[in-house]
Design a protein. Structure first.
Lengths: 115, 111
């Protein structure tokens, strides 16, 4: 069974640009969560999608958005990039939603550098 | 305010010894707590889940305890090996269906 696939793995952008990251969950998983990981803050929850609906959202500005498609694949978008957006963006999928989430299966992440 | 605290300093231990990592939380009442392992440049990998009504959980050389009175979880690796060197993250549900992570503790096992 293929794991969680994130693309691209690495990208470099400049301030003010926008970026779209993609995540393909494990086959059969309908829940996709996104996290931002930085050395100082650790993993910070961005949002979770289940069956194309955003179920939960973290404390990030509106520049961060996401969506989920009918095949459970998910994308996240960051507009008007700032230097502080440089981070590893991790996607995770799970079989179920909410409090019975159980374990999360993470992808290898997309490393974004903003210059 | 709500906090999850893991020792930010690296834990260095000798091969064969037991490593013990701590996760303390404040102003949460989690229904469960999870532990993950993360290697450099990789995504976290799930290790163990322990529910609020469980005191202890074991899996091979791993043991997790969960004390809801102390608001603390301990993660033990017995007979540690250099291959156990990694960052270990604890995570808990925040009662709003989000899984919140601590910043992790780096474990270094030397021969």
């Amino acid at each position: 069974k293929a794991g969680v696939t994130q693309t691209p793995r690495y990208l470099i952008k400049t301030r003010g640009q926008q970026v779209t990251l993609s995540c393909s969950p494990i086959s059969g998983h309908r829940s996709v969560s996104w996290y931002q990981q930085t050395p100082g803050q650790g993993l910070q929850f961005l949002f979770e999608y289940f069956s194309e609906t955003q179920r939960n959202k973290g404390n990030f500005p509106g520049r961060f958005s996401g969506r989920q498609f009918s095949n459970s694949r998910s994308e996240m978008n960051v507009s008007t990039l700032e230097l502080g957006d440089s981070a590893l963006y991790l996607c995770a999928s799970s079989l179920t939603e909410g409090r019975d989430t159980g374990e999360l299966f993470f992808g290898e992440g997309s490393r974004l550098t903003v210059l | 305010s709500q906090k999850i605290e893991q020792n930010s300093e690296a834990l260095n231990i000798q091969e064969g010894k037991t490593a013990t990592l701590t996760c303390n939380y404040t102003n949460y009442s989690p229904a469960y707590l999870q532990w993950y392992r993360q290697d450099p440049g990789r995504g976290p990998v799930f290790l163990l889940l322990i529910r609020e009504n469980e005191k202890e959980k074991r899996k091979e050389r791993l043991k997790v305890t969960f004390d809801t009175t102390l608001k603390q979880s301990l993660f033990h690796i017995t007979a540690s090996q250099p291959a156990d060197s990694a960052t270990y993250l604890c995570a808990l549900d925040d009662n709003t269906d989000k899984l919140i992570f601590g910043t992790g503790t780096r474990l270094q096992v030397f021969p």
